[in-house]
Design a protein around this ligand. Structure first.
Ligand code: GDG
Length: 470
């Protein structure tokens, strides 16, 4: 049966005049589902949505449609750059001092959410077709759809952390946002902790009754479930086996010129803990100078949200920090931090994963963190050092857990891990944990994630009296 997907980002991008699948978890997970079932993906058409409001894909034998919404630039500023990225993003990641409460942001967010809901209703010809809405940009959409189609099957997935109700108290619009989400039949989050926080937040909503993992609200029952997202394991395995990717990995190691190589891959975002990680790298050399000239860090920082002043400030901070560390410790051709501020293809990232003896994935908060899974999956002899504040920590218990705020602790852990990699018996000590992590990542695969969520959504009884199940 067909499917309607609703997400801020569109799943196709233009490459030399052709529309090709976008890189990234959601497109990877849901395009095959849409190709199989047929249906529509409704998204903000960032560029030229007026000229190309609708795309049939693939063009030669269309299997599904992309409906590209035009959102006026001023509204994008308020709803996307404002409410989504300056209010909900910092709030959900516990950065309360960064939350910028402005009425105009919320007004624009309401308008954009209404625009999305109207477009969905135009595309959604068969009311029996389930609708799957994604993420913090579109919290009001489920209830808007529910009002128009009381018997419909609606799912909602939240990709970032769901903090406890004390955090939501900061927001003047929590009640409206929560009511928006509760328009869905099934709410998915990455971890049981986020599910518990979501249910606790629902308890603060007058009239809502929480019963186990269900919320009774306005005569309906909403189920709340943990569905941890995964990666496209088949494609990463394929990339990791390609000779040119493996050759590139060898070049990366040669370029470093040190016995050991460590990698970090993140969007340049304040939630990712990059300054703290670099501080720990610096502390490592202060406290354990035996590592000078012995280990190199490749830090990939993908430019992100560069319109926002806080992200530009972060970039300056990181630039300075890298300059200071390299200025202080660089010698005889050795560069302690290779800092790469640009985007890479997934193949290039795979080469870095293959090249690295360890990965530092140390976000201060993260819904899941797919880089952790990608590294654990691709590496053949490496160690994953993972923040216990990432959702990934709850699904990858064999990783080396660290507190990303504790710079000294992180430096000590790095020292211990690097020391263990100095000889063969030490390296082999990690084999069992590495194998266990690979099994975990295989089980989380993103295609299975989509199937599991949809199976649960479609298995859910429609609770409205008189409504027929879809
Ligand atoms: C949000 C949540 C949650 C990296 N560099 C490039 C590039 N990447 C890819 C990685 C990885 C993805 O981007 C990043 O995913 P993360 O999960 O690490 O982080 P967010 O972007 O913050 O994603 C997060 C996720 O949603 C899914 O629910 O896990 O917690 O914050 O796959 O390989 N991709 C391209 N160029 C790069 O330079 N194309």
């Amino acid at each position: 049966m067909s499917l309607v997907v609703v997400a801020n980002r569109e799943p196709l991008r233009q490459e030399r005049g052709r529309w090709v699948p976008a890189v990234g978890g959601l497109a990877t997970a849901l395009l095959p589902v849409l190709e199989r079932r047929g249906g529509t993906w409704v998204a903000w058409g960032e560029k030229e949505a007026d000229a190309v409001p609708r795309l049939a894909h693939p063009p030669e034998a269309p299997r599904f449609t992309v409906r590209r919404l035009h959102v006026p630039a001023r509204e994008v500023t308020g709803s996307y750059h404002g409410m989504a990225n300056r209010v909900l993003w910092p709030l959900a990641h516990y950065f309360l001092e960064r939350v910028e409460l402005r009425r105009a942001f919320y007004a624009a967010y309401q308008a954009t959410n209404r625009r999305f809901a109207e477009a969905v209703l135009e595309e959604w010809t068969d009311p029996a077709t389930p609708v799957w809405v994604h993420d913090y940009h579109l919290m009001l959409v489920p209830a808007l759809l529910r009002a128009a189609r009381p018997g419909a099957r609606i799912g909602f997935f939240w990709h970032i952390p769901w903090p406890p109700p004390e955090v939501w108290q900061v927001l003047p619009w929590t009640r409206q946002l929560l009511e928006g989400v509760l328009g869905a039949d099934l709410v998915g989050l990455h971890t049981p902790e986020y599910v518990a926080n979501f249910l606790a937040t629902c308890r603060t909503l007058p009239g809502a009754v929480v019963d186990g993992q269900r919320v009774r609200w306005q005569g309906r029952t909403i189920r709340v479930e943990a569905h941890p997202i995964g990666i496209d394991t088949a494609r990463f395995a394929q990339w990791a086996a390609e000779p040119r990717v493996r050759e590139r990995a060898r070049r990366i190691r040669r370029m470093a010129g040190t016995p050991l190589v460590v990698v970090g891959v993140d969007r340049l975002d304040y939630t990712k803990g990059i300054p703290e990680r670099l501080a720990a790298w610096e502390r490592l050399f202060e406290r354990y100078p035996q590592w000078l000239g012995q280990v190199t860090l490749y830090q990939i920082a993908v430019p992100s949200r560069t319109r926002l002043p806080s992200y530009r400030l972060l970039k300056r901070l990181v630039d300075e920090q890298v300059g200071r560390i390299n200025g202080a410790y660089m010698r005889d051709g050795w560069v302690p931090v290779h800092y790469l501020y640009r985007a890479f293809t997934p193949r290039e990232l795979t080469a870095f994963y293959l090249a690295a003896d360890a990965a530092l994935v140390t976000p201060l908060r993260d819904g899941m963190n797919l880089v952790a899974q990608e590294y654990a999956w691709v590496t053949e002899n490496g160690v994953l050092i993972l923040s216990s504040l990432a959702g990934a920590a709850s699904v990858l218990p064999e990783a080396v857990a660290v507190n990303p705020f504790d710079v000294d602790g992180l430096a000590d852990t790095l020292h211990e891990v690097l020391a263990s990699l100095a000889d063969e018996p030490g390296r082999r000590r990690w084999d069992a944990r590495r194998a266990a992590l690979k099994e975990r990542v295989a089980a989380l695969d993103v295609h299975r994630w989509a199937e599991r969520f949809l199976a649960s959504l479609e298995g859910s009884p429609v609770t409205l009296a008189g409504a027929s199940p879809g």
